[in-house]
Design a protein around this ligand. Structure first.
Ligand SMILES: [Zn+2]
Ligand SMILES: [Zn+2]
Length: 204
């Protein structure tokens, strides 16, 4: 397959690969937010058809904890961005809501440092920096395909405006997030494919 992505932001680093990483939907790659990247033909092969001799250059979505001991990255773009107003997120974030960029688990890795489990230590696993105890990311129970990364820890966090907000029934009354869609709790699981399509389509 034959796409390349380049990055207009200076702090995102390009990465070359010969194939699509596992868990990365190519439609996500080519529809990444235009202000971050654009799909384009490989300039070294100006006369090739897109299906023939292109390579994939992916940006890395990277982040750190407060102290910088833990670093992590995804080489796929997020499939969804959310804000969660539930009381559990309020307490764990010590703030009004949590922010999440949902990445394919196969594309996500901790690249440096030690993490520890925190929160309720239940089936949904919340990972924290072992040193500064920043809440880093969550692996939801029963959803092995995705990792919910706290988007305020990513480089260029301003790009991750929440598309969806959840648990508005527990929302602090003075909070507004600007999310495009709102749910009193979580959406039904069967709604996620359509929501992800809507997110990919550019309403981000
Ligand atoms: Zn830390
Ligand atoms: Zn929550």
């Amino acid at each position: 397959m034959a796409f390349a992505l380049w990055v207009t932001g200076s702090s995102l680093s390009p990465l070359s690969r010969s194939s699509v990483p596992p868990g990365c939907d190519l439609t996500d790659l080519v529809s990444i937010k235009p202000r971050l990247a654009h799909a384009f033909p490989d300039p070294t092969l100006p006369n090739q058809r897109p299906s023939a001799h292109y390579e994939i250059k992916l940006m890395v979505f990277s982040g750190t904890c407060r102290c910088g001991h833990v670093t992590f990255e995804s080489d796929c773009p997020p499939v969804m961005t959310t804000a969660c107003h539930c009381v559990g997120c309020q307490k764990m974030s010590a703030s009004a809501f949590s922010l999440t960029a949902l990445f394919p688990a196969a594309a996500f890795a901790v690249t440096q440092g030690e993490t520890v489990l925190g929160g309720l230590h239940g089936p949904t696993r919340h990972y924290f920096c072992a040193h500064c105890l920043t809440w880093l990311f969550t692996r939801p129970a029963g959803v092995d395909e995705y990792v919910g990364v706290r988007s305020s820890l990513l480089e260029n966090p301003q790009h991750y405006r929440p598309f969806m907000e959840t648990w508005t029934r527990e929302k602090l009354p003075w909070v507004t997030t600007g999310a495009s869609v709102s749910y009193e709790a979580f959406p039904d699981p069967q709604d996620y494919p359509a929501l992800m399509s809507q997110f990919r389509a550019g309403d981000k």
